[in-house]
Design a protein around this ligand. Structure first.
Ligand code: HEM
Length: 153
């Protein structure tokens, strides 16, 4: 099922993003790119803020992937209402998370905002994980019906 592959790709890139975010935070380079939405050199990556630049670029890609996942969740006739709701919550959260990222920068890494940024990232992960597990379950159910019938049988 296509949704299984798409949601797994989204889950993987989101995991990588959470990992990169943790690295940005623990290595203390959160304000190496003090502007928002773009870094000081615009779209050009530079050594001075490459990690934070990478975090933002992967965040933008993740945002697109989350919306693609929602699109395919709604397009599929097999997905349940709860899966569709999970994908909608994920889409709302990714917008919220990117907006919160802006506040994290503007408020110069306020501890409460950074903590909320981590928490929201985890809830987002759970929502995409839910969509992936549901899609996997559905493909398991529909695959026996897709058995290719050998014409010589
Ligand atoms: C889907 C989008 C995003 C996710 C899932 C995400 C996730 C994370 C995570 C998990 C951390 C580590 C937090 C911690 O260790 O406490 C982090 C750190 C950070 N994120 Fe994001 N992030 C996203 C988008 C953004 C955006 C768009 C920006 C900025 C425009 C941003 C700016 C930051 C900054 C500055 C830090 C480091 C905070 C510090 O130094 O303590 N994030 N992110």
């Amino acid at each position: 099922m296509l949704l299984t592959k798409i949601s797994f790709s989204t889950l993987s890139i989101l995991f990588a993003l959470i990992f990169i975010g943790g690295y940005v935070s623990s290595s203390g380079v959160g304000l190496s790119c003090p502007d928002w939405p773009l870094c000081p050199a615009g779209l050009i990556p530079m050594k001075e803020f490459i990690i934070e630049y990478f975090h933002r670029t992967v965040a933008a890609t993740t945002g697109i992937m989350v919306f693609v996942t929602m699109f395919f969740t709604f397009r599929s006739k097999e997905t349940s209402r709860s899966t569709k709701i999970a994908s909608m919550i994920a889409a709302a959260l990714v917008v919220g998370q990117i907006t919160l990222g802006a506040f994290v920068i503007v408020e110069k890494l306020h501890a409460l905002l950074v903590t909320m940024h981590l928490g929201m990232g985890l809830i987002l992960f759970v929502m995409i994980l839910t969509v992936f597990l549901d899609a996997k379950e559905i493909s398991k159910k529909i695959s026996p019906n897709m058995r290719v019938i050998n014409p010589s049988e």
